[in-house]
Design a protein around this ligand. Structure first.
Ligand code: AMP
Length: 303
């Protein structure tokens, strides 16, 4: 047991200019776990309904993810329906059905409480703190959130931020959360609440990390074929946290490498719908793309 994630497990219906998929496996905890599973032992806490198909459970099992923390409840699984236009950076939510997720009250199984690394995916910030209260002594805690919670539970969200080490959210959410249009000032404001680092995800423009002493900017991989950006943010977080928990050494250098591994995993994820690409990777493919990232930004000593 090394890395714990708590978040949504979903059946997504997604339409992009390149195709569509209905009722396919998705959810923030799912994308995170499959991505992180290439680096470390992952345990997952979430809830599904009676309609959650065995083949989806098998996908998680094939990746050796511990799913004892996934509760099966009476009712239907959480459903999200979204659409993307040619600007794939912006998802338009068409429908959200919380179903069994509505009264999700995560219970952390005893054996997960020792996990050294914790990722609080996008759920009610009150629940995020309840999870932390159940954990023994995690070494590093990261969290995500979204506009839904920023608009409804601002004060609670600020309290969660006080308790986490790294906040990983979309660039637009950074501005909204800080109520500040300038990204640098917005990041400084969020860091003043407690987290040591803030990572702003910028879709096809990559990611930028802020801390008190440094700023690090990473590009996204320039892909020719992007089919479905759903889950890119969670795959990023999974690669990032997965790598850090694997090396088990948190310093500026490992954090920066983790950002590139996060970007690597996100770049694979968008190449197909649902988890179709992410679940079938080889370590060689991941390493090769990591190296490509190095070449992409290298500008010194080219002789
Ligand atoms: P992203 O990485 O931001 O593209 O996350 C996409 C995933 O978030 C989808 O698979 C959805 O099932 C899930 N999702 C969408 N809305 C919510 C929500 N309100 N709460 C939790 N998960 C959500």
């Amino acid at each position: 047991m090394n890395l714990l994630v708590v978040g949504s497990v979903a059946l997504d219906s997604v339409k992009t200019p390149f195709g569509s998929a209905d009722d396919v496996l998705g959810g923030s905890a799912t994308y995170f776990s499959v991505s992180a599973s290439y680096f470390t032992d992952v345990c997952m806490v979430g809830v599904v309904g009676e309609d959650f198909r065995e083949e989806y459970i098998d996908i998680l099992k094939e990746r050796n993810i511990d799913i004892d923390g996934i509760e099966k409840r009476k009712g239907r699984t959480f459903r999200w329906k979204g659409e993307y236009g040619y600007d794939l950076n912006e998802a338009h939510t068409l429908d959200t059905q919380l179903n069994v997720f509505a009264d999700f009250n995560p219970k952390i199984p005893e054996k997960y409480k020792e996990c050294r690394y914790v990722f609080l995916a996008n759920i009610d910030p009150d629940l995020q703190r309840e999870i932390l209260n159940q954990m023994k002594r995690p070494e590093l805690i990261a969290c995500d959130t979204m506009n839904f919670w920023i608009e409804r539970k601002y004060e609670s969200l600020k309290k969660t931020m006080e308790q986490v080490d790294i906040v990983i959210i979309n660039e637009g959410e950074v501005r909204e959360l800080a109520r500040e249009p300038n990204l640098v000032k917005a990041a400084q404001k969020i860091l003043s609440w407690g987290p040591k680092r803030l990572i702003a995800k910028r879709g096809e423009y990559g990611a930028i990390m802020f801390s008190d002493s440094a700023i690090f900017s990473a590009p996204a991989y320039p892909l020719e074929s992007v089919y479905d950006p759903t889950g890119a943010g969670d795959s990023f977080a999974g690669g990032f946290m997965g790598y850090i928990s694997n090396v088990n050494n948190i310093n500026e250098s490992t954090i920066r490498q983790a950002i590139i591994f996060g970007s690597t995993m996100a770049s694979f994820n968008v190449e197909d719908f649902s988890l179709n690409r992410l679940r079938n990777l080889s370590l060689r493919e991941i390493e090769d793309r990591f190296k490509e990232f190095k070449r992409l930004t290298h500008f010194d000593d080219l002789t």
